[in-house]
Design a binder for this molecule. Structure first.
Ligand SMILES: C[S@@+](CC[C@H](N)C(=O)[O-])C[C@H]1O[C@@H](n2cnc3c(N)ncnc32)[C@H](O)[C@@H]1O
Ligand code: SF4
Length: 326
């Protein structure tokens, strides 16, 4: 049982750890082209500091950890960090969110380090569009995905941010691709984060319309996999394919929020869509002991806001998604 219950009665049992705010891609809705204003290396938590913080969360009842970024595979020796986190008391589930550009070479190491399942961002199956959306190369991502499959990472979930006039004509193709490879598919509504998110808001698609469109071509069975996360799932009848809809804008899911986020500089963010935060790095660097660290985490959870306001106050969140890792 978690010791972390927020003021709205929600148990916090999941932490998303951004191991770097850097990324080798520049997805249009996440990071502006040419963006260079990254956290300075002196401020990065080192592996010992990360282990201390996640260890404290483990003792307080957090069971699940997701490594994210920026692009987590840009951080050197990530498999070594993963294996340290996987070995911490209380941590039962370790996963990774990645753009997969660097996955081809390290999928086996990540699996051996204790990462059992991954989420991969993939908004298009067309190389020219991929370049346009991310500034990167699609073939590297596809090679990474195939290595992950060969390394038996499972499930592999594809995250597609659906954008009007950019990739919304590919939702059926993505269903076919995931059916072919036995991947799970999740569609995501664009959130307005940082300046870049605001311009992305122009391409917002209500996923209800995507679901209606897919229902014309595929027989969708509702209500599978309630899970602990924000996606609402359907299954394509007669197949194993599950399709999730993550709808922070059209239908928020804050009442069941079970998570907090730690950025690479040791800031604990209490909500993806609000600025409430507590800085843990100064505490560590002045020599706080484990009890003090645990107390700081418990007091932070008492400040968790009730919900995000992406829809009502789209101008509110000024940090980029790459800082907190989605
Ligand atoms: C910030 S990325 C970090 C991990 C990794 N680089 C990746 O792309 O999977 C995590 C997720 O956030 C999503 N994301 C980023 N900016 C977003 C936005 N403005 N709205 C909705 N989803 C966003 C990405 O599509 C991705 O699935
Ligand atoms: S969504 Fe992921 S891959 Fe794309 S720019 Fe953001 S951090 Fe990088």
């Amino acid at each position: 049982m978690t010791a972390l219950i927020d003021p709205f009665g929600r148990s916090i049992e999941y932490i998303r750890l951004s191991v770097t705010d850097r990324c080798d891609l520049r997805c249009s809705y996440c990071l502006p082209k040419g963006f260079k204003n990254f956290e300075e290396p002196d401020h990065w938590l080192d592996f010992d500091e990360i282990e201390r913080i996640i260890g404290a969360f483990g003792r307080l009842g957090v069971k699940r950890v997701r490594l994210t970024g920026g692009e987590p595979l840009v951080r050197k020796r990530l498999p070594a960090l993963a294996s340290r986190i996987a070995g911490l008391p209380g941590i039962e589930d370790l996963s990774l969110s990645t753009n997969a550009t660097r996955l081809e070479k390290c999928a086996v190491d990540l699996r051996a380090a204790g990462i059992s399942r991954i989420n991969v961002s993939l908004d298009t199956l067309r190389a020219d569009r991929f370049k346009q959306i991310t500034q990167g190369k699609l073939d590297k991502v596809l090679a990474g995905l195939m290595s992950a499959k060969a390394a038996e990472l499972s499930p592999i979930k594809i995250n597609m941010v659906v954008m009007a006039g950019i990739n919304d004509d590919e939702v059926e193709d993505m269903v076919t691709f995931c059916l072919q490879h036995n991947f799970t598919l999740r569609f995501i509504e664009t959130m307005t984060m940082g300046n870049t998110g605001r311009s992305a808001g122009e391409h917002y698609v209500d996923l209800q319309t995507v679901r209606q469109r897919l229902a014309k071509r595929f027989d969708l069975l509702p209500g599978v996999m309630p899970g602990g996360g924000p996606a609402r799932y359907v299954q394509v009848a007669g197949t194993d394919l599950k399709i999730g809809f993550i709808t922070p804008i059209s239908q928020h899911f804050c009442e069941s929020c079970n998570r907090v986020r730690l950025s690479v500089d040791g800031t604990l963010y209490l909500c993806l869509g609000q600025e409430d935060k507590v800085e843990l790095r100064p505490l560590l660097r002045r020599g706080a002991d484990d009890t003090e660290l645990e107390q700081a985490i418990v007091s932070a959870i008492a400040k968790k806001p009730e919900r995000h306001e992406f829809r009502e106050k789209p101008e509110q969140v000024v940090r980029f998604m790459s800082l907190t890792g989605g």
